[in-house]
Design a protein around this ligand. Sequence first.
Ligand code: EPZ
Length: 434
Amino acid sequence: MSNTFVIKGLEGERALHGSVAVTGAKNAALKAIAATVLFRDTVTLTNIPLINDTERMFELLKDMGAEVSNPKKGTYTVFIPQKFSSDLTPSIAKRMRASVVATGPVLARFGKVSFPHPGGCVIGARPLDLFVDGFEKMGAIVTMKEDRYFVEAKGGLKGAEFFLKNKSVTVTETFMMAGVLAKGTTVIKNAAMEPEIADLAAFLNTCGAKIVGVGTPTITIKGGKLLSGKGHTYKTMPDRIEAGSFLVLGALAARELHITNCNPAHLESPIEILRSAGVGIEVKKTEIIVRAPSRLMAVDIKTHEYPGFPTDLQAPMTVFLTQAEGESKVFETIFEGRLNYTEALASMGAQITMMDPHRALVRGKSSLRGRKLMSPDLRAGLAFVIAAIIAKGESVIHNVDTTIDRGYENIDSRLRAIGVDIKRAEIISENPIN
Ligand code: EPZ
């Protein structure tokens, strides 16, 4: 896959139009793939987005022994045989944080698991202490050798009650899945409440799990036997972060943009904030229609666990704020490294002052100039695409194949379809800004 986007900016014109369909959610699909380890028979998964991360998660399971078929685009069947390795292949697992959720089902089913410190977006420390603590509370022994964790639960996992000192989506999902096969009841307090967790729990419950309380701070799981996928098909929920990214783009540069196949109920916070900045947004059952106004007002954003403003939309929203008249404050409360991209935006002409690693002040309206940029991670990379689309002149964005392509299916052809002048190229990067 070529590694670069070349984008010709619209220079502030509101020219985008037409409709774009949202794909299945990366952060739901990845966990559903991992959850197949909880099943005694074949599981069918649909609306799986065709992105690097889902391909990698299937590659990981196949490398451990899973039988995977892909009868048609977006549809996969997975069968986990008894002869299945309990070691997450480090070279694959290391490349994305989401691989860590597979540790719960593997440990719960096979009584042991080993895994590397997972990699993924460099947006902060991304510790694993809550995983180690939770496994120990469920009766497992955790040891570390080189940079791999070895976890063993002789006689299987026991249900336990724990309070998460930090809300973490993947920690919540890992122990929700571990609890499905643990002996007894598991209670997760201060659980994350993101919709992807509810999407996963709903599917597991139709297949025999007993999970209650999802969407509240306390999730209770009654342990039982292996689940069955017979007669059930998992359909990935729409990607609310992709929908939100198109919404921000439309708010900046669309005459009229229809965002279809989405669930507006998952985007109440971004919709409210954009409306308060003067953006015209019409909400239908599975569609959002957005029109860019001639003037945008400054508005403060503070990221927060769901249902607050999603941290994954912070970077695209900061690009939006560079076009709003006045001063906007950006407060990133979750990850300490998630404002690093603002230096590159400033090099395009944005007026951004970093107050501390979590806070930035954005002054607008500033006109952006196209630049050579290096995409630092999945979400900031998409923000650079949005900035390049509204800028004056041409931008070249490197590193697309190892960042943006991880989470947005075929994004360049879908952007072209709504009026963006974007091409893929294979260019060796010479010291771009990032
Ligand atoms: C999920 O990460 C998403 N990733 C993130 O999306 C998303 O930004 C985040 O939820 C918030 O919505 C996946 O679902 C794969 P964490 P999460 O690393 O919550 C603390 C994207 O771009 N923590 O667990 O699983 C940690 O320090 C990605 O798609 C511990 O203290 O992220 C942080 O404060 C980026 N100890 C918080 O939890 C631990 O052992 C969340 O961090 C683990 C985490």
